[in-house]
Design a protein around this ligand. Structure first.
Ligand SMILES: NC(=O)c1ccc[n+]([C@@H]2O[C@H](COP(=O)([O-])OP(=O)(O)OC[C@H]3O[C@@H](n4cnc5c(N)ncnc54)[C@H](O)[C@@H]3O)[C@@H](O)[C@H]2O)c1
Length: 382
C-alpha cells in the first residue's frame, strides 16, 4: 500500500514508518519538527538524541535496504499538505501530526491556542486534501482514550445506543476530556464524523491509551533508529517517566492518590494496531472507532510494578505521592471495552516484569544523560 505518515518524526511516527516500510509498503513520512522545537523551548529534550528524519531514513536504508520518502513541512498549511497528498496519492494516511502534550496545552494562552489551531488545522486539511485528491483514501487518525474522561459507566468502543422516551439511536459515546489537548481530540472526532456522514469518507479513529516502550523490531537494528524517548513532565508518558525516575534515584512521582486508572499499551502493539487498521480499511461513509489499549492499571499499580522490578535489579526505587498538578479524579470507576482490534487479530504484548526489566536495561545505557530537573511537574491546571 501507499501509506502517508503525518507526524513521522514522532515517538509513534518513526517506528510506524519503519514498520510499514519493513513490510514492503511504500511509505512517505511528513513532519515539521514541531515537537523537537517545543522540547527545546520547554527544556524537555528526549533522553536519547535522535538524528533528523533524513538521517534516520539513511540509517534505515543501510540496515534494511528499504527506502522511505521524507517531506519536511507543516501539515496545518493546506498548500503544503494538499501538494503532498496530490503527488503521493496515498491509499492510507496515518495522522499522528498533533501537539500531544496535555501539560503543554495547559501552560497558558499561547500554548493552548497553538494546540487548538495546529491539531484542528491538520485534521481539517487532511480531510480536505483527501476529499480533493483521493476520496477513497482511508484516514487512520490517532485519538485518545482521554476523550472519554472517566465516566461512572462502562466506556463503549466509540459509540453508544441511547434509549430515550421509548426511541433509540446510536450516538458517539459522550466525551468529557480533562485537558485542552484532549479536548482538541474530541473536536477532531466530531469534525471527522461530520465529513464521514456528509461526504462518505472512510475513517478509523483510534482511541489510544498511554504508550510505553522503545524497542521495536526495526529500532533494535541501531540506536540511531530508536524513537524519541521522553521522561520529562511535558512529553513523557507515565511508564517511561517512572522507569527513568527509578534509574535516576528520584522517587516515582505519583500524582495525588494514584487511583487514576487508564488503559496502556506497548509501542509494538501501537504499530500492530495501526497496521491492522490500515490493512483492513473502514468502509466508505464509516467512522470506525477502536479503543486502542491492551490492559488497565491504576497509577499506584504501575508505580508498584516499577518499584518491584527496579529493586530486584539492584536499584533503590522509592515512591512518593505528590500534589496532583492536574484536575482529575484520583479514585473512580473505569471499565473500557476494547474488543475491535483483538477481533481484527491483535496479539498483545503485555507489561510483564521482563518487559519492564528490558526497558530498564536499555535506559541504563543513557543514565548519564538524565537531567533530574525535567522530572517534577512544571505546569499546573489551575
Ligand atoms: N504517545 C502516546 O502515549 C499517545 C497516546 C494517545 C494518543 N497519542 C496520539 O498519537 C499521536 C502521536 O503521538 P506521539 O507520542 O508520537 O507524539 P510526538 O509529538 O512524538 O509526535 C507527533 C509528531 O507530529 C509532528 N507534528 C505536529 N504538528 C505538525 C504539523 N502541523 N505538521 C507536521 N508535523 C507535525 C511533531 O513534530 C511530532 O514529530 C498524537 O496525535 C498523539 O496525540 C499518543
Amino acid at each position: 500500500m501507499r501509506i502517508l505518515v503525518l507526524g513521522g518524526d514522532g515517538y509513534l511516527g518513526w517506528p510506524t514508518v519503519m514498520h510499514f516500510a519493513a513490510k514492503g509498503h511504500d511509505v512517505m513520512a511528513v513532519d515539521n519538527y514541531q515537537r523537537r522545537q517545543i522540547a527545546l523551548e520547554t527544556d524537555s529534550e528526549a533522553l536519547i538524541p535522535t538524528p533528523n528524519l533524513d538521517e534516520r531514513a539513511q540509517v534505515f536504508y543501510q540496515q534494511t535496504g528499504k527506502k522511505v520518502e521524507i517531506k519536511i513541512g507543516d501539515c496545518a498549511d493546506m498548500l503544503f499538505l494538499n501538494t503532498v497528498v496530490k503527488d503521493f496519492q496515498p491509499e492510507a494516511i496515518v495522522h499522528y501530526a498533533e501537539q500531544p502534550s496535555a501539560p503543554y496545552s495547559m501552560k497558558g494562552f499561547h500554548e493552548a491556542q497553538m494546540t487548538l489551531q495546529n491539531n484542528l488545522g491538520v485534521t481539517f486539511n487532511t480531510i480536505w486534501s483527501v476529499l480533493e485528491n483521493c476520496p477513497d483514501c482511508h484516514i487512520v487518525k490517532l485519538g485518545t482514550m482521554g476523550e472519554y474522561g472517566t465516566p461512572n459507566i462502562d466506556i463503549e468502543e466509540g459509540w453508544i445506543d441511547i434509549e430515550h422516551n421509548g426511541r433509540t439511536q446510536k450516538f458517539l459515546y459522550p466525551r468529557q476530556a480533562g485537558s485542552l489537548y484532549h479536548t482538541t481530540k474530541v473536536l477532531d472526532t466530531d469534525l471527522l464524523w461530520f465529513y464521514v456522514r456528509t461526504y462518505g469518507l472512510r475513517v478509523t479513529d483510534l482511541m489510544q491509551g498511554p504508550v510505553y516502550g522503545l524497542s521495536t523490531e526495526e529500532s533494535q537494528l541501531s540506536d540511531d533508529l530508536l524513537p524519541n524517548f521522553h521522561y520529562d513532565d511535558i512529553f513523557g508518558t507515565v511508564v517511561n517517566r517512572f522507569l527513568v525516575q527509578a534509574i535516576a534515584g528520584v522517587p516515582l512521582t505519583v500524582y495525588g492518590k494514584g487511583g487514576q486508572t487508564r488503559g496502556y499499551l506497548n509501542l509494538m502493539d501501537t504499530l500492530n494496531c495501526v497496521e491492522l487498521a490500515a490493512t483492513n480499511p473502514a468502509n466508505k461513509g464509516e467512522l470506525r472507532i477502536f479503543n486502542q489499549f491492551t490492559e488497565q492499571f491504576t497509577v499506584n499499580e504501575l508505580a508498584d510494578r516499577v518499584h518491584r522490578v527496579g529493586n530486584s535489579m539492584g536499584l533503590d526505587v522509592k515512591i512518593k505521592n505528590i500534589e496532583n498538578p492536574r484536575k482529575e479524579m484520583e479514585e473512580h470507576y473505569y471499565n473500557a471495552k476494547h474488543h475491535g482490534l483483538i477481533e481484527l487479530g491483535l496479539e498483545p504484548h503485555f507489561m510483564t516484569d521482563d518487559v519492564l526489566a528490558a526497558m530498564i536495561e536499555k535506559i541504563l545505557k543513557y543514565k548519564d544523560k538524565i537531567a533530574t530537573r525535567k522530572i517534577m511537574p512544571r505546569v499546573k491546571w489551575s
